[in-house]
Design a protein around this ligand. Structure first.
Ligand code: AMP
Length: 543
């Protein structure tokens, strides 16, 4: 027997309609290439999204067609997100930090019909235009005054495109399992793979994100996503924040600029900011150098890479800001775990709480986790056993776009293998020890490069640390610690090794330390270990 409930399709346009009606006066503030501080309301945003939806229809697009965006975080990008998905087209967010050949690959693979491009990224597309000839035209996301000369074919100005359109548009109703957004993984090997979210998964993920033990989002929050709209939908913020009516602040092209971020955080009274550790490193360095304190920020969600304890302490001790670590991936929309404390932890000391927050966190409802050994046997949640981390749930991909049935990451019993190696403790808190590909095997035992890196980062003379395995005649591999010194620090090898002593297992202590000026990063801000391993493949460890 079935229940007697109204069946409404869980469509992204339902978020828009709810936000429009209930939070119409809420503000959206953006830095853009053509305006240092643009300010308008939800109502304005949705009115313009409806105009854009009419314009898109006029372009002859059909349901399911892919339209790409390549843009920074700002209000026009948000309007495009809603107009495309609300109309039933697929919004393909392209990461401009990928290599040009990868961008060519994904645009062709997705068969994008049109591309919405930030005015600052036009030169990038002009260079590859001949290789993406299937694209019918380009919408340059600016006004007529700032419209650049361009060789891109069928280039239309965004404001001109929507200017003459009616702001009346009835968002269509269709199956909630219809594709909504397409985002390619930035894998370090092989071609990028397309993760195709649907409306249902996007709405459910937003519901999960706003919960008190996840991001604790409400209409009284002001949210600054420094995580880009071109990387896993800025962790779902465009949907979660609008669902509850939070004020939004978009940093546009100024994402990596500590000073601009600081000003936005203070002026706009941002209560929650989200980003990867490298972004916060830049902000913390700026505040230290400029002698400034974050007076308004209440909490920050940090993920995408392990968060060093030193960062959690710096936010807490210098700025009274709580760090909420999250773990997830493109294939997971991305939220999987969040490191918020749970009942029974009220009496933990501040140091014990830091240890909790330094873990990747506990699974949120909607994400099931398990760790398995090489034979696929499930391992205990004891905080010691480590194995391949597998997940399942309604916002986790069941396959890759146009690679149906060819995913090696999916198990026969319906789980997705994340490619991460992890432990899970009795309380359900998961900690990542490594990417499977980056694991260091020394004498048959694994060394957690993340633990060693985080411990090294605790030294004030360290700005960034990476650990890789280098070949060793006796132990197969031994760890090498690669460090960027903090500005003005004169840290040396012996001091670094002495710092690690007693803080990590003796046999995890790296055999050597090298100091470099730069550590390579991927397009999504992760340390490019594959590149480091190449760079140091002939490195001779001291005997
Ligand atoms: P992406 O799909 O680009 O978002 O990358 C996902 C990967 O980033 C995960 O599989 C992890 O390896 C890594 N990652 C994300 N969050 C964390 C975290 N909190 N701690 C350690 N690694 C993380």
């Amino acid at each position: 027997m079935q229940g007697l409930m109204i069946h409404d399709e869980l469509l992204i346009s339902t978020i828009l309609r709810h936000a429009d009606r209930n939070f119409g006066d809420q503000e959206i503030v953006s830095v853009t290439a053509d305006n240092p501080l643009h300010r308008y309301t939800y109502k304005d945003c949705f009115r313009r999204a409806r105009q854009l939806a009419n314009a898109l229809r006029r372009l002859g697009l059909e349901r399911g067609d892919r339209v790409a965006t390549m843009a920074w975080n700002d209000y026009r990008h948000l309007e495009t997100y809603y107009a495309l998905t609300g109309s039933g087209y697929v919004c393909h967010t392209v990461n401009p930090r990928l290599f040009p050949e990868q961008i060519v690959f994904i645009i062709n693979h997705a068969e994008d019909r049109w591309i919405f491009v930030d005015v600052l990224m036009v030169p990038l597309l002009e260079k590859i235009a001949a290789q993406i000839s299937g694209v019918e035209g380009f919408v340059i996301m600016t006004d007529e005054k700032h419209m650049p000369e361009t060789s891109l074919k069928n280039a239309v100005c965004y404001e001109a495109l929507i200017g003459g359109e009616s702001d009346e548009f009835a968002w269509p109703v269709f199956d909630e399992r219809s594709a909504s957004i397409l985002c390619y993984t930035s894998g370090t090997t092989g071609d990028p793979k397309g993760v195709l979210y649907d409306h249902r998964s996007t709405v459910l993920h937003a519901y999960a994100a706003v919960a008190p033990d996840v991001m604790r989002l409400s209409s009284t929050d002001c949210v600054l996503p420094v995580v880009p709209l071109f990387h896993v939908n800025a962790w779902g913020i465009p949907f979660a924040a609008l669902m509850v009516g939070s004020k939004l602040v978009f940093p546009g092209p100024k994402m990596g600029d500590g000073e601009t971020l600081y000003q936005l955080l203070e002026q706009e009274e941002v209560s929650l900011a989200l980003g990867v550790p490298t972004v916060w490193l830049a902000l913390l360095q700026y505040t230290t150098k400029a002698g400034k304190k974050l007076n308004k920020l209440n909490r920050t969600v940090i993920g995408g890479a392990a968060v060093p304890e030193s960062m959690i302490r710096a936010f807490r001790d210098k700025h009274d800001v709580v760090v909420i670590q999250g773990w997830g991936m493109t294939e997971m929309s991305p939220l999987g775990t969040v490191s918020t404390p749970k009942f029974g932890m009220e009496s933990l000391t501040p140091d014990q709480l830091v240890a909790v927050r330094a873990k990747a966190g506990r699974g949120i409802y909607g994400v099931e986790m398990r760790i398995v050994n090489d034979e696929g046997v499930e391992l205990p949640w004891d905080g010691v056993a480590y194995g391949s981390l597998q997940v399942r749930g309604p916002w986790i991909c069941s396959g890759y776009f146009k690679l149906e049935g060819k995913s090696e990451a999916h198990t026969a019993d319906g789980w997705f293998d994340t490619g991460d190696v992890a432990t899970i403790d009795k309380q359900g808190y998961m900690a990542i020890t490594d990417r499977t590909k980056d694991v260091i095997k020394s004498g048959g035992e694994w060394i957690s490069s993340i633990d060693v890196e985080n411990t090294a980062m605790g030294h004030e003379g360290v700005s960034e640390a990476a650990v890789i395995g280098v070949p060793h005649p006796k132990w197969t591999e031994r760890p090498l610690l690669i460090i960027i010194r903090a500005e003005g620090a004169d840290l040396d090898r012996a001091q670094m090794l002495a710092w690690l002593e007693g803080k990590i297992a003796k046999w995890w202590i790296p055999d050597d330390v090298v100091f470099v000026d730069e550590i390579p990063h991927t397009a999504t801000g992760k340390i490019k270990k594959i590149e480091l391993r190449k760079q140091f493949k002939d490195y001779q460890l001291p005997s």
